[in-house]
Design a protein around this ligand. Structure first.
Ligand code: PBG
Length: 335
């Protein structure tokens, strides 16, 4: 592209940056509270518990999940993504609790859909909150078995659909999961349940605090998820993942983590006519919080800058643990 621009001194790029009103008029990207999805952790026991590595983020009990989401909804947040803290006694090799129609996710969904029918409810499809070994699928001969796992994920998606979730989000990275889930949902009459495919999900160090929140880190131990999650070195491979998910019936594609993968958001957006979602994951949030607690960065400004960065890269929506903080800041800004 040839840049059509005059030379200095006719052209002075600082001219449009002089006052706030002018900067606002020429801003290329807008961040709205309508773009934000709040991920939250649900636990059985009463009273919320703060997650050590994620200051300001709590595991909410079933009793307070509705009032917490009401607060988010009142601030304009459109959807929540729920994750369970499963009691260790309910975990097993096969992750059976994932198929229990009365598990935490199903009960939280029913409560939320009844109390806040206009708030979107998204739930992950993957076995890691439920397996004693912490992997996203079932193990056969020490390996995460793709095709056997698909059978379980299919049932899991149906259990969630029956409980009323609006969006299922396969985050397991098994090959073929989107197609299997789409067909199963359609056969049972859940044509309108959407699939948000974690298409480009990388084997990342930034999931650490999330695994603490779920209690899956201790199960996983020294093991990693590199045989199914993507290698951070690869970008073209993300296009194959995206293409496959599109052909299998995904409604939206997700890139995860966020900040180290803005190029992937941009590429997927260019390549596919599907909405691209970004997940600013737990470790990204913790990094911002920790630096701010030491007085090294301004948390509010840094959060807003990262969220705007996702929009600029091409994300339609952003999952972020800072969503509530951002919603409050956006409200203050417009008020
Ligand atoms: C599990 C899952 C993970 C996250 C979302 N779903 C972790 C993992 O794959 O180990 C990470 C989210 C975060 O770090 O905030 N399938």
């Amino acid at each position: 592209m040839t840049l059509m621009t005059a030379e200095f001194p006719q052209s002075r790029l600082r001219r449009t940056r002089q006052e706030a009103w002018c900067r606002d008029l020429v801003a290329e990207t807008q961040l709205s509270v309508k773009d934000l999805i709040l991920p939250l952790f649900v636990r059985e026991k009463s009273a919320a518990r703060e997650i050590t590595a994620m200051p300001g983020v709590f595991r909410h009990s079933l009793e307070d999940v509705v009032s917490f989401c009401q607060k988010a909804y009142d601030l304009g947040i459109r959807a929540v993504a729920l994750f369970p803290y499963t009691d260790p006694s309910l975990k097993c090799e096969e992750g059976r609790e994932a198929l229990n129609p009365d598990n935490l996710m199903c009960r939280a969904t029913r409560l939320l859909k009844e109390a806040l029918p206009h708030l979107g409810v998204i739930v992950d499809v993957a076995l890691d909150p439920y397996t004693s070994h912490g992997h996203d699928g079932v193990l056969r001969r020490g390996e995460v078995a793709n095709d056997e796992t698909l059978e379980v994920l299919k049932e899991m998606a149906l259990v969630l659909a029956r409980a009323g979730v609006d969006v299922v989000a396969p985050s397991d990275m098994m090959d073929g999961r989107v197609g299997v889930i789409r067909r199963a949902l359609d056969q049972e009459g859940y044509q309108n349940v959407r699939i948000l495919a974690y298409s480009a999900k990388y084997a990342s160090a930034f999931y650490g605090p999330f695994r603490e929140a779920l209690g899956s880190q201790s199960c996983l131990g020294k093991a990693d998820k590199k045989t199914y999650q993507m290698d951070p070195a690869n970008a073209r491979e993300a296009l194959r993942e995206g293409a496959q998910d599109l052909l299998e019936g995904a409604d939206m594609l997700m890139v995860k983590p966020g900040l180290p993968y803005l190029d992937i958001i941009y590429r997927l957006k260019e390549a596919f006519p599907l909405p691209i979602f970004a997940y600013q994951v737990s470790g990204e949030y913790s990094v911002l919080k920790a630096a701010a607690e030491r007085g090294w960065i301004d948390y509010e400004k840094a959060v807003m800058e990262t969220l705007l960065g996702f929009k600029r890269a091409g994300a339609s929506a952003i999952l972020s643990y800072a969503a509530l903080d951002a919603a409050e800041l956006l409200k203050k800004d417009s008020g």
